[in-house]
Design a binder for this molecule. Structure first.
Ligand code: FES
Length: 514
């Protein structure tokens, strides 16, 4: 098996007659309104050369994985010939976009259902059956080599254990090791607070990768699916910055060296164009093609200079007359409140929207009722303050989804009290009635489900708490406990071990000391 890195989460996996192309992201304009770019640059990869692929796998619809520019610009012959495999998600966004790009053979695979190619390669797509979690992982087995690409799909402990029991231990494991979220970057914390939170999140992410390497008994681990870099003038300070969650492969290597030295020999950095060859009877071979010193400001300056024109052109796509942007924004939020009103009630926040820049202004909206006011509503459970420029608000109203805009990091947000309100994020970015209703149903299901309890030794005493995470049901029986905090290994919700109350969330694991 030969694995070539295409940058970010992209891989070309060649084995026998099969050439599997996974998540190629080569759009010269990056993603999320020209905010994210592959880091390091993968411009040396020739998109036409990738048309020798026989199978195209797209893990999910986030734009750093589903590159419409790449998909659209392929030849008619490729679109008609290539076998496209994707997860059989409940929502058909991924299928529809690929179909609209002109692909003829799209197969939606149920989780863990294997296919076998004519040359004997076994392939499975694995994902959470909760429709609200829209990532997937790719498993490939050929000539006795097991390759697992989890990209940014945070598989549950149970799914990883099922992979090992079905397929055996993993030879090559790759997964996202760097954070990619707007918390704490876009929050109005001080730089010092951001650095503290980011360092905790970076470590939790690294711990999670280590626990996966151990659970999968992976021989080698390739860091992938991030970090992205930020090349527009307004975001450049996010690069190589400890106050963000975007760690790089060197940070992970350093962490392994200090905390898990026995795993250091699993680490293989594969940069764009680098190739890894594996077979059962030979030592692995690594061919390094990428040689630039990419972890430097100098590299980033050159990269940004190259992209300046493209970023300017991309911004122009979003330019539109602002008109009465304040009234239109009020109407936009009113319609979010009336779209499945139960979701706004669940979010139960008073949202202050501040539009900065030309024709700006501000207002408050109560997500529970859709009522507008000009001053904070007293006794509200939580107040969120969202600030963004009128330019971007107009883009959201016209053509940019909240999900894509939020990932662009071009806003600032504050919350009081400072706890994660997942329903509010769902309120903003779930687009259809079906998705919004599914979120409410899922929330009700978690809240009403019987709570299995677990006992465990902690600092020499027995503690008892709810076994399954109130967020998405991860098994917390082996969750790390450090400095008085229990952290869920899946999405890092944290709970105090004094009483089980959520620290960065409003849930609880109802913890008692025995
Ligand atoms: S399952 Fe998401 S944080 Fe626990």
């Amino acid at each position: 098996m030969i694995i070539t890195s295409l940058g970010h989460a992209g891989f070309l996996i060649e084995t026998g007659d099969d050439v599997i192309l996974a998540d190629p992201w080569l759009d010269p304009a990056g993603a999320y309104a020209a905010s994210w770019f592959p880091y390091p640059s993968n411009s040396s990869i020739d998109p036409n050369h990738l048309e020798r692929a026989t199978i195209l796998y797209i893990s999910h619809w986030h734009k750093d994985h589903l590159d419409e520019w790449f998909l659209h610009s392929r030849s008619k012959e490729f679109k008609e010939r290539v076998r496209v495999i994707i997860p059989n998600f409940k929502y058909k966004k991924l299928f529809d976009i690929i179909k609209n790009c002109g692909y003829a053979n799209i197969e939606e695979l149920p989780s863990f259902e294997e296919i076998r190619t004519n040359s004997g390669t076994e392939i499975a797509v694995i994902y959470d059956t909760n429709p609200l979690f829209v990532d997937s992982a790719l498993f490939v087995r050929s000539d006795g080599i097991n390759f697992l690409n989890e990209n940014d799909c945070k598989l549950s402990v149970a799914d990883e254990e099922a992979i090992v029991s079905r397929y055996g231990i993993i030879d090559i494991f790759t997964a996202q090791f760097s954070g990619a979220t707007f918390h704490p970057t876009c929050y109005t914390y001080t730089e010092q607070e951001k650095t503290k939170i980011s360092s905790m999140r970076r470590k939790a992410k690294f711990d999670r990768i280590v626990s996966s390497i151990e659970r999968l008994k992976a021989s080698y681990y390739i860091p992938s699916a991030g970090p992205a870099c930020f090349l527009s003038d307004d975001l450049r300070e996010l690069n190589l910055n400890p106050s963000t969650v975007f760690s790089n492969a060197d940070d992970f290597k350093y962490y392994l060296r200090s905390d898990h030295p026995s795993l250091l020999n699993t680490f293989i950095e594969l940069l764009p164009g680098d190739k890894l060859s594996l077979s059962k009877d030979k030592p692995i071979e690594l061919e390094k093609i990428f040689t630039d010193d990419y972890l430097s400001q100098d590299y980033l300056m050159r990269y940004a200079k190259d992209k300046k024109g493209i970023i300017t052109t991309e911004f122009e796509k979003y330019r539109a007359s602002l008109g009465d942007i304040l009234s239109d924004t009020k109407e936009h939020f009113r319609s979010l409140c009336s779209n499945t009103p139960e979701l706004g009630k669940l979010a139960a926040a008073n949202l202050e929207v501040i539009l900065t820049g030309e024709n700006g202004g501000s207002f408050m909206i109560d997500t529970s009722t859709g009522n507008l006011s000009s001053t904070p509503i007293q006794n509200s459970q939580q107040i969120y303050t969202l600030s963004l420029d009128t330019f971007w608000m107009r883009a959201i109203i016209n053509l940019l989804t909240w999900e894509d805009f939020i990932l662009s990091f071009r806003f600032s947000i504050e919350r009081k009290p400072d706890t994660y309100n997942e329903a509010l994020i769902a309120f903003l970015h779930l687009e259809t009635d079906e998705e919004r209703q599914d979120y409410i149903n899922y929330h009700d299901l978690i809240a009403s489900s019987e709570k299995e309890r677990i006992s465990r030794l902690c600092y020499g005493k027995i503690i008892e708490y709810d076994r399954y995470c109130p967020h998405n049901g991860e098994d917390l029986s082996c969750a790390a406990i450090e400095n008085g905090v229990l952290t869920c290994p899946r999405h890092f919700w944290q709970f105090s071990i004094e009483d089980g109350k959520g620290i960065n969330n409003s849930g609880s694991i109802n913890l008692n000391w025995k």
